[in-house]
Design a protein around this ligand. Structure first.
Ligand SMILES: Cc1cc2nc3c(=O)[nH]c(=O)nc-3n(C[C@H](O)[C@H](O)[C@H](O)COP(=O)(O)OP(=O)(O)OC[C@H]3O[C@@H](n4cnc5c(N)ncnc54)[C@H](O)[C@@H]3O)c2cc1C
Length: 531
């Protein structure tokens, strides 16, 4: 991926793209990938960084959704289980199989979850990744040493997928670029252009880095902006009905010792009737999530006090060592782009997580709702809708067979470089050429300077936040450590990007401001005195 090359491409005034995609999250990337697999020319623009929105803030599960099965949403579960299998096959470097244990305290629950999960296994068909089974109490305690033993009968173990959401997004963007697509971060759509019949024929853009304006022509435009979809719909038609009801989910990240093992904990019924997960992720424990309706969506949603208390209190009922606020290493929240229900007062947890493709009179196509797990199918359905709308005979989708950038062709990496897949060799080569780049950025984390160089040169990282939040994930794992790493990261970036000291200082300051929002207990900061 080369941003300057992509900018040159959109500056070609003669070019008419088959498809322009607005939004560089899971949905937009799924649409771009599928369209490229059918031979269309595609440009995808993201106003911030890839996956800056909801797509870096998920619970990190590739799942059919045990909860949706309980709600009887069989079609969604079947579809998601198939897609779970495809992601694990095509992007094994950013996904893995995870065992989940549901602690059981009553015979009724043993029957309910035992049978329910057998059905879940069967629904995955030949993409099944493990077999659910009953675990005696002793084994549950062995596997989750920190579980509360009082009243525990045993547990049900089942398997789902777990992934690095933002890195998968980035790798899909790289795959799109390798397939001939033009992908650009920090490129905001400011308006839509229309022909004399009122049909959309392009978009106007502003580069958020240089503030330069661009205009591109496209035969079709897809709105894949998640919780911001209504803004684009209203750019098209100021009278458009609001289609999105954003619902916030918060997560807390703690030390993995709070579970004590490698298995995930699944609490199937919390006091608000939802599920709560405790999942090992990059050596830490992610706890979540919640479901809170939010009025005004932003790119940096903040967990509410009551959401933090809810997660801590719910976990405290199941864990021997009760987590408290001072144990939280990072807190992050994301906004679900739920399709607004027609009837008033519907509860967000009851709104289906399946996706919807809609087409406006202007031919603006919007993809709304859905799940990360089903991103590819959402893309396929959107491109099918485009073909129907424009009367195109497109080739059959082959996106289910595309290996995602980083797919390890030869060796499977171990350790923290595993998530880079085949790119790990490139990072090691940088260190061989310049051993100084092998230096760690922080004493508690294995990430090196070489990774920063790699991310700037190959992964379109333009800001300190791009590196620490979405490519290295440290901000989500340990916000204080991320603040401490920022100066070293900014210095390396400044040298590669050829920028000045003012840029470096401003970046450190901006990152610190951002990262403080991920800390519950604000610790000592490293604000440069000159700022
Ligand atoms: C708390 C929570 C937990 C979840 N957990 C899971 C899970 O474990 N597994 C799972 O499968 N799913 C999960 N999901 C669902 C999943 O994360 C979302 O469905 C998915 O990430 C939505 O992707 P998106 O591309 O539609 O939206 P986003 O990721 O928000 O992307 C939309 C993008 O559009 C960009 N944009 C907006 N306006 C413009 C503009 N004018 N110009 C250019 N770009 C623009 C934004 O910057 C943004 O990056 C979870 C969701 C939440 C909220």
């Amino acid at each position: 991926m080369d941003r300057n090359r992509s900018i040159n491409e959109i500056e070609d005034k003669q070019k008419v793209w088959d498809l322009a995609v607005i939004g560089g999250g899971a949905s937009g990337l799924g649409v771009a990938l599928d369209a490229l697999s059918r031979g269309l020319t595609v440009v995808l623009v993201e106003k911030s960084d890839f996956a800056k929105g909801t797509s870096s803030r998920s619970t990190k599960l590739l799942h059919g959704g045990v909860r949706y099965l309980a709600q009887g949403d069989v079609t969604l579960v079947l579809e998601a289980l198939k897609e779970r299998g495809l992601i694990m096959k095509n992007a094994p470097h950013v996904s893995r199989k995870q065992a989940f244990i549901i602690p059981i305290y009553s015979l009724w629950d043993k029957l309910k979850y035992g049978v329910g999960l057998k059905v879940y296994d069967l629904m995955a068909g030949n993409l099944r990744i493990g077999k659910s089974q009953w675990l005696p109490r002793k084994e549950v305690v062995q596997r989750i040493p920190a579980i509360m033993e009082e009243g525990l009968n045993g547990g049900v173990i089942y398997y789902d997928g777990q992934f690095d959401d933002a890195r998968l997004a980035l790798n899909i963007a790289q795959t799109c670029s390798e397939m001939g697509g033009c992908v650009l971060n920090y490129m905001k759509v400011t308006s839509l252009t229309k022909d004399e019949n009122g049909i959309i024929d392009g978009v106007k853009l502003t580069d958020q880095i240089s503030q330069r304006h661009h205009e591109i022509k496209a035969k079709a435009v897809v709105n894949a902006t998640g919780v911001f979809a209504d803004k684009i719909l209203q750019m098209d038609n100021p009278e458009a009905r609001l289609s999105i009801m954003p619902s916030q989910g918060a997560h807390l990240v703690l030390d993995l010792s709070f579970l004590g093992g490698k298995d995930a904990l699944m609490i199937p019924e919390t006091s608000d009737g939802r599920v709560l997960f405790g999942i090992p992720w990059h050596g830490k424990l992610v706890l979540g999530t919640t479901d809170t309706v939010i009025k005004n969506p932003t790119l940096e949603p903040r967990a509410l006090e009551q959401e933090i208390d809810f997660i801590l209190n719910t976990c405290a009922q199941y864990l021997v060592r009760k987590p408290t606020r001072k144990d939280v290493l990072s807190v992050y929240a994301g906004l679900r782009p739920l399709a607004a229900p027609k009837e008033k007062g519907a509860k967000t947890k009851e709104i289906s997580r399946s996706h919807k493709v809609s087409v406006a009179d202007s031919h603006l196509i919007s993809i709304i709702g859905g799940k990360w797990t089903t991103f590819r199918k959402m893309g396929e359905d959107t491109v099918d809708a485009l073909a129907r709308l424009k009367g195109l005979q497109l080739a059959k989708s082959t996106s289910s067979k595309i290996r995602i950038h980083g797919y390890p062709e030869t060796t499977v990496e171990e350790g923290h470089l595993a998530v880079y897949g085949s790119d790990a060799a490139g990072i090691r080569y940088l260190i061989e050429q310049n051993p100084d780049l092998g230096q760690q950025l922080h004493q508690h984390y294995p990430n090196t300077k070489a990774e920063v160089v790699w991310m700037v040169k190959n992964e379109m990282a333009l800001k300190v936040e791009d590196i620490l939040a979405r490519r290295m994930r440290i901000l989500f794992l340990d916000a204080q450590a991320a603040i401490e790493m920022a100066p070293a990261v900014a210095k390396i970036m400044r040298e590669i990007l050829g920028l000045g000291e003012d840029w470096e200082k401003a970046e450190i300051y901006a990152f610190q401001q951002l990262a403080e929002g991920y800390l519950i207990n604000q610790k000592i900061t490293i604000l440069p005195t000159s700022l």
